[in-house]
Unconditional design. Structure first.
Ligand code: HEC
Ligand code: HEC
Length: 149
């Protein structure tokens, strides 16, 4: 009796393992990566350049989130000397440009001293503020903001 139970349990385990490996194989065939279906040693063609979402401002998902950029930024240069974002977003130019003013937190030095120009630690704006591309996500995502607006 005992031996019969052990035998049955082993049989079930083998069937279970087999079905796991079969379904695993099936999944690998239906999944597609960003690279498409070409094999590893093949060079893939370059993907199209995605259009950017422009127009309406994005809602923030949480209070401290750097707002995402609702316009194109590829023509705006940022390097050690030049920062074209500042030309529209720094006060008082932002008034004429009708652009949101750079947050006051960006004028604090690392030791907390209030500066009259954007702090070096905030100079490279797109380190934190990024535009969004118009793309169909590869994987559906039902994320919703925790704080609404
Ligand atoms: C020619 C002027 C101009 C330049 C240059 C510019 N912006 Fe803007 N930006 C705007 C305007 C106008 C808006 C507001 C758009 C709206 O309200 O629909 C805006 C909106 C934004 C926002 C959204 C803020 C929020 O609270 O939702 C961010 C972030 C931003 N810009 C970042 C940047 C960055 C980073 C750069 C440089 C790479 C840059 N901008 C360059 C005019 C400009
Ligand atoms: C280290 C990350 C970081 C960098 C670099 C940075 N920002 Fe921000 N930015 C934030 C965060 C976080 C917020 C939202 C919280 C706050 O106001 O500090 C913000 C807020 C803003 C806002 C919205 C202000 C408001 O009142 O709604 C604007 C506009 C903005 N940043 C522009 C810029 C520009 C232009 C640059 C480059 C000169 C820049 N930021 C660099 C993180 C960054």
């Amino acid at each position: 009796m005992n031996r019969w139970i052990k035998g049955a349990a082993l049989g079930l385990a083998v069937v279970g393992l087999m079905s796991i490996s079969v379904s695993g194989g099936a999944r690998a065939e239906t999944l597609q990566s960003l690279r498409g279906a070409s094999s590893i040693d093949e060079a893939d063609k370059a993907p199209d350049i995605a259009k950017q979402k422009t127009g309406e401002r994005f809602t923030r998902a949480y209070r401290q989130q750097p707002p995402m950029v609702p316009h194109k930024i590829d023509k705006y240069e940022i390097d050690l000397k030049v920062n074209q974002c500042i030309g529209c977003h720094d006060w008082p130019q932002n008034v004429k440009e009708n652009a949101p003013k750079i947050s006051e937190t960006h004028y604090l030095s690392p030791t907390g001293v209030r500066l009259n120009k954007v702090s070096g630690s905030r100079w490279f704006c797109n380190q934190c503020h990024v535009p969004q591309a118009l793309l169909d996500p590869l994987v559906t995502n039902t994320f919703e903001s925790a704080i609404g607006q």
